[in-house]
Design a protein around this ligand. Structure first.
Ligand code: ZN
Length: 78
């Protein structure tokens, strides 16, 4: 299960967690998902190429978190 895929409502919270602990994660070069550092094959797209590096992970987590925060879902309108 990709950390930041298919969990839209948790996305901002997950992103926060990743930003605080970037060494535990890496970025899939196939689909830009953030996955656990121990992952060998991306569970989302089956890629085996990853970008590691705390700076890159933090940047990507912020992008993914912000993308969700900007979107309006029906629950936000009530
Ligand atoms: Zn992937």
């Amino acid at each position: 299960m990709p950390i930041l895929a298919d969990q839209p409502h948790d996305r901002a919270r997950q992103a926060d967690k990743i930003v605080k602990n970037p060494a535990n994660y890496k970025i899939c070069q196939g689909c830009d998902s953030i996955v656990l550092i121990k992952t060998h094959t991306c569970p989302n797209c089956a890629s085996y190429r990853f970008e590691e590096g705390e700076e890159a992970v933090v940047r990507q987590a912020r992008i993914l978190g912000n993308r969700e925060r900007r979107s309006v879902i029906p629950g936000d309108l009530s």
